[in-house]
Design a protein around this ligand. Structure first.
Ligand code: UN1
Length: 489
């Protein structure tokens, strides 16, 4: 398996590689991928810079037509690609199909945006003069993403960047490189010209080279807050535009008047779907005293029954593996911390029954009696670990939910319409749900968070186009004489 640079599949210049293994079965080696460095990034950035003039001058509706075809090809290759994705990152086939569907939605949205990309005209303050403003592409965009949504999250960045007329250097996660290559195959088949889209595989060094390369004008990053913050500092020094999607510690509030069946289904899906490995995953459950004991009891019963397994070989599997040993170790360390501060009521161990022993599986884990000072209440764990905290009023619930360094997603279960709208106003998060879990954002809505989660940008929907364009203000004076703004009024 190779890099994709200037329309050609090439190994890394150093010849070094890394292994991609199946997290559900570590005996299954998917392939060796190039461990690329700054020299490989330089080749890709040069190819992208060379491809920029022609691609940026192609009419946007034509670029949109190419992306529509990419959406069609993603749909055609759904079965095969979902299996490739499940094999390399572990979530179930139902979920990897959803991941691809999100890219299809994003492709079709970007395709139609090729015919919009609206500018704004305003009246001039002077006679016989016209003011207009329109979007311009920026140049080469460096895209660095995580492994948990190997197709959807890259699509949120790459497809808007391309339809706006930019070219791209993409570094997929080392834990999901195969999906990145399929992305390249699909864009090539759709008609994206050589050099417009490039894939460079590698680790932190490779990401750093993307951030540093002078031809790369925009950096789009999804990953940890620590890495994102250091990328932002570097981009600040280099005067690059940077869009960040980072950590979350998302809370689901359940009020005393909630539909408990619904709240239970919501938290099971939000906390243990994708093995809790979403930036939007529910990691805190804040429950009103009046329903706390009943909900917790029912939650324990239901979570205990969740079926862990390899999504490729076990159709009944609901919860896949944790991505790798490093992440499993981190989760287990948090379980130890949690056990010293709160009450462990479910799970807490690596799951090793039968075939599970071949992978990095983690039991769904629940803590109760968690308070706001506990580290498991405050810190992102990124695994199937849920903290339950009591509250005695709406105000306390909101205060608890907001007592957190992150601000991505949030949710409230209540039947009181006034309370629901108050929560939409009061929750400090980029995304809030009423009577739905914290996961499940749709491709045509702004996606992103406040506080430690982001840096003010939103992917998804119409807001993604703000990241990948600059505005041009244009003035046309058709008076035939010098008119001085602010002076000849
Ligand atoms: C992520 O975890 O980085 O809302 C993205 C959701 C998905 C996207 C998650 N549509 O959970």
């Amino acid at each position: 398996m190779q890099n994709y640079i200037n329309g050609r599949w090439t190994p890394s210049l150093s010849g070094e590689t890394f292994s991609n293994i199946n997290p559900a079965d570590h005996r299954d080696v998917i392939g060796q991928f190039p461990l690329s460095g700054a020299n490989d990034v330089a080749l890709a950035a040069q190819a992208a810079a060379d491809a920029f003039p022609a691609w940026s001058k192609m009419p946007a509706p034509k670029r949109g037509d190419i992306l529509r075809r990419a959406g069609d090809i993603f749909a055609r290759r759904m079965d095969e690609l979902s299996r490739i994705m499940t094999r390399e990152m572990g979530k179930t086939l139902t979920e990897t199909r959803g991941d691809i569907q999100e890219a299809i939605d994003t492709a079709y949205y970007a395709a139609t945006e090729g015919r919009r990309l609206f500018g704004i005209n305003t009246p001039s303050e002077l006679a016989d003069k016209m003011n207009m403003s329109f979007r311009m592409p920026i140049g080469v965009c460096g895209i660095i993403t995580a492994w948990n949504f190997p197709i959807a999250v890259p699509s949120w960045k790459i497809l808007p960047a391309l339809v706006c007329g930019n070219t791209v250097v993409f570094k997929p996660s080392e834990d999901a490189p195969h999906s990145g290559n399929i992305f390249a195959e699909i864009l090539e088949e759709a008609g994206v010209p050589a050099g417009v889209f490039n894939v460079v595989h590698g680790a932190a060094d490779c990401g750093k080279a993307i951030v540093e390369h002078p031809a790369i004008r925009v950096v789009g990053f999804t990953g940890s807050t620590a890495t994102g913050t250091s990328i932002a500092a570097r981009c600040g020094a280099l005067n690059k535009k940077v869009s960040l999607e980072m950590g979350g510690k998302n809370a689901q509030i359940v009020m005393d008047d909630a539909d408990l069946d619904l709240a239970l289904e919501g938290v099971l899906w939000g906390a243990f779907g994708t093995t809790g490995q979403r930036c939007t995953a529910t990691s805190r459950l804040i429950v009103h005293d009046a329903v706390h004991d009943e909900l917790v009891q029912r939650l324990l019963k239901a979570a205990e029954k969740l079926v862990l397994g390899n999504g490729l070989t076990n159709d009944a599997a609901q919860v896949g593996p944790v991505i790798n040993q490093r992440q499993l170790d981190k989760i287990l360390a948090y379980v130890e911390i949690g056990a010293s501060e709160a009450t462990l009521v479910l799970g807490g161990n690596r799951a090793t029954d039968g075939d599970l022993a071949h992978g990095t599986f983690m039991q769904p884990t629940i803590f109760t009696n968690v308070n706001r000072n506990h580290r498991i209440f405050q810190e992102e764990i990124f695994g199937p670990v849920l903290s339950v905290t009591r509250c005695s009023s709406y105000d306390e619930a909101i205060e608890l939910a907001n007592d957190c360094a992150y601000g991505l997603s949030s949710s409230i279960y209540t039947r009181d319409v006034n309370r629901a709208f108050r929560a939409l106003r009061d929750l400090e998060a980029g995304i809030s749900y009423v009577n739905a879990p914290t996961i499940g954002a749709e491709a045509h809505m702004p996606f992103g968070g406040i506080k430690g989660t982001g840096n003010g940008h939103r992917e998804g929907g119409w807001t993604a186009f703000e990241i990948f364009t600059e505005w041009k203000s244009a003035y046309v004076d058709f008076s035939g004489r010098l008119q001085r703004a602010q002076i000849d009024t």
